[in-house]
Design a binder for this molecule. Structure first.
Ligand code: XIL
Length: 314
């Protein structure tokens, strides 16, 4: 039986999962993580609060643990994430820095982390979640102090630190055509026109049955690809209101299949990452109370209908 990773590889794509350090002591979990996927994303270990919790004090222990596991398994690593407003230590978010100082803090962070992982991270989510729902630039300490230029600064520093890594901007609710993905389209088109180093756009794919399937997903991915960018589904999960039942699980399976088909129909869609693979470790119930059952394996590490649907679609 080929794995999801092998099925994707036969189509020239990767199939990955996020993971997190505390989960690595769960042997049955690690066994599936190590065998089924060709790419791994650290769910938290490479975020700013983990890698530079205090100014100039870098800590790569957790990220290194995940990179070493991936290397032992022959898996790629998607780095996540260098610049984000969330899980940002308070020394950055309420630092009251001048533009000049914050620019230098941002450059130093991106340079130090991307240099540490040079040659080990295949894709970097350089900037995560830069946009509001209406497609305008999100108000963060970075945009407030530096304007939109923080995005180009981060991308240029990442390129200089690791010239071979593919550099991405990543966001949620941009999977279908709408105001937010239109905003992302304008942003990345303008960056490309200015010659800013950008290789891809990450579509997180945090979907929910009650909100409907993203509108015209394949067409949306294709318009970004047509700008000369790679595209990837980076954090796929499909949540539902609990309790799960067989009808909801069947719809979820169909959606996993439809996302996969949308990606495979776009030659520049390079791969799919699910945001962990088992409901045992999904972030959804913590953040969306009453919702869950979002992943292709259940809480007992047993494959759900979504798993079979992925295998058929790949
Ligand atoms: C989530 C992690 O999975 C959780 O463990 C953490 O508590 C919060 O962040 N979009 C992103 C990811 O880009 O970094 C988030 O990950 C999920 C939403």
């Amino acid at each position: 039986e080929p794995t999801l990773g092998e099925l994707a590889a036969a189509k020239g794509r990767y199939f990955g999962s996020a993971t997190d350090n505390p989960e690595l002591s769960d042997a049955p979990y690690v066994s599936i993580l190590s065998s089924e996927f060709t790419s791994i994303t650290p769910g938290n270990a490479m975020k700013w609060e983990s890698t530079e919790p205090q100014r100039g004090r870098f800590d790569f222990a957790k990220g290194d643990e995940i990179v070493e596991l991936a290397q032992r398994n022959g898996q790629q690593v998607r780095g996540h994430t260098l610049v984000w407003h969330s899980q940002l230590p308070s020394w950055v978010s309420d630092g009251g820095f001048s533009a000049e100082e914050l620019r230098s803090i941002l450059r130093n962070h991106v340079t130090t982390v991307a240099s540490h992982y040079k040659g080990k991270v295949v894709h970097w989510d350089v900037v995560n979640e830069p946009l509001n729902e209406d497609g305008t630039l999100r108000d963060t300490v970075f945009s407030r102090t530096l304007g939109e230029s923080y995005i180009a600064e981060a991308l240029r520093a990442a390129r200089a630190a690791d010239p071979d890594a593919k550099l991405y901007i990543n966001d949620y609710n941009i999977d279908g055509i709408g105001a937010k993905s239109d905003g992302m389209y304008r942003l990345v088109k303008s960056l490309k026109e200015q010659g800013v180093p950008l290789d891809g756009v990450g579509f997180q794919g945090h979907l929910a049955l009650q909100y409907g399937f993203p509108s015209r997903m394949q067409e949306n991915l294709q318009r970004f690809a047509d700008l000369g960018l790679d595209v990837a589904i980076t954090e796929l999960d499909i949540r539902m209101q609990l309790p799960a039942d067989s009808a909801k699980l069947a719809t979820q399976a169909a959606w996993y299949s439809d996302v996969t088909k949308a990606c495979l129909a776009v030659s520049r869609c390079v791969g799919i990452t699910i945001w962990d693979f088992t409901d045992k470790y999904s972030w959804i119930p913590d953040v969306f109370p009453g919702e869950g059952a979002a992943l292709p394996w259940d809480e007992n590490l047993r494959p759900k209908p979504a798993y079979d649907a992925l295998r058929v679609a790949l």
